[in-house]
Design a protein around this ligand. Sequence first.
Ligand SMILES: Cc1ncc(COP(=O)(O)O)c(C=O)c1O
Length: 472
Amino acid sequence: MKLYEKLAASLRSHIEQGLFQGGDKLPSVRQLAKQHEVSISTVQEAYRHLEADNLLEARPKSGYFVTASVPLYQLPKPSRPAQRPIDVSQWHEVLNLLLSKNVGAIQLQHAMPIMDVPSLDPLLKKIAQLTKYQARLSLPYGDVMGAFILREQIARLTLASGCQLHPDELVITSGCQEGLTVCLRAVSEPGDIVAIESPSFYGSMQAIKAANLKAMEIPTHAQTGLSIEALELALEQWPIKAILLTPTCNNPMGYSMPEAHKKRLYQLAQSYDIAIIEDDIYGDIAYQYPRPKSIKSFDEDGRVLLCSSFSKSLAPGLRVGWIAPGRYRDKATHIKYVSSSMCPTLPQLAVADFIQSGGYERHLRRLRLQHKLGRDQLINALNRYFPIGTCISFPEGGYLLWVELPKRVDAVKLAQQSAQAGVNIAAGTLFSATGKYRNCMRLNFSEQDAKIREEGIRQLAYFINQQLIHRE
Ligand SMILES: Cc1ncc(COP(=O)(O)O)c(C=O)c1O
C-alpha cells in the first residue's frame, strides 16, 4: 500500500467511526503532514482520494471538510394528504407564530436569513447614503410597476435561472407574500381550487384562504418534490385552476425538484391549460452553482407566474419582492395597484445598487458556504441526539429542514414545552392546510451559532424522550 493510500484509509476509518462528522473541518495539509511525518503531496493525494469518494469536500480558502451528502439517516416518507379540495384553517396558529417573541430563546423557528455578516455592509451603507442625501427622492409616488433600475437588475439576475425577461415583464411587490396574493387573485375566482405541495409554506396557504380559494394538497416527496403522477390524477378528477409551489430549495423541506420534473410539470399544466405560480424565494441561495433552473425558464406561453423577493437572500425588513406574471401581467398590475399602490422607492434603489455593484453575488457566495455548513452541523446534531425512527430532509439550499419524529410524538406539545425552556420551533401542523404533520417540525439553521443550535437540539431531544417514555 502506498503512503497516501495508508493515510487515506486511516482518515476514512476516522470518518466512519464518527470521529470526524459531516461538516467537520479536517486538519490543514501542513498540520497533517507534520503529524504523520509525510510530505505535503502525500496528504494532498490522500485528501484528493477521499474527495473522489465523496467523503470530503474542498472549500475555497477554507480547507477540507467532511461531506454530509450521503445521508446516514432516513428521509421523510412521501406525504399522503387527503385527495380532495379543502378549506385552509390554521390562521390562529400562524398568527401565534408571527407574534411569538421569546426574547433570548434559541430560535430554530422562523425563516430568517443570516444578516449579521460584513457582506451586507455595502447595502447598509447605501441605505444610509440614500437616506442622508437623497431622501427627497423617496417622497413622490414611484412607478406602479416598481423602479425601472431595479427591474433591470432583476431581469439580469433571472438569467441565472434560465429566464429571459424584459424589465417591463416584472412588477415590484412588497415582499413575496404580496406577490403570491396578487398572482393567486390574477389567475382565479373565489371558490376555485389550487393545487399545492404537502407540506407547504403556511403563508401561501393563508393567501389561498384569504382569496376564498380551496387547497388541494398533493403528495410530495422529500427529495424530488410534488408528485407529478399524483398531480395528474388530481387534475383528472378536479377542476384545478392553478398550481402553487416552491420547487427550488423548498420551504419547509429544502429539496429542489429535478429539472426534468419541472419540465414535466410545465407540460402537464399546458395540457390541462392551467397556471403555475412558482415561488422562487429561496432559488438564489441554492448550494449548487449555477443555481437550478426555474419552471419559468420553460414557459412558452406565459402561464407561469414567477414570484420572489430579497427577504431570504438579503433581509425581510426591506420588503422588496417581485413577480414576473407572464400573460397575467396587466391583471396582476391592477391587483397590485388596488392592494397597495406602489412600493417605497429607497429600498428598491438600495437593492438595485447592491446588485449592480456585485455586492449581491458576493453575499450569495458567502451564504452558500455558511448555510451548507449549518445544514451539515444541524444534521450531525440531530443524528447524535434524536431518537431512532427520526427522519430528516436533506436541504439542497436555503436554511430550513424538516424533521419527522416517531408517530407518538406530539410536536405541538413539544413546541409549547420547548418554548417554555427557551427553544423555539415551528410545529409541523403549520405546514398543512388542516393541521396534519403533528409529529413533524421545521427547524432553521441560519439564526444562531452552531453550538447554540446544538444545545437547542439537545433540549428538544430531552422533551421528545420524555414524551416517548410517558406514552409507552
Ligand atoms: C416560501 C416562501 N414564500 C414567501 C414568503 C414570504 O416572503 P416575504 O417576506 O418576501 O413576503 C416566505 C417567507 O417565509 C417563504 O418562506
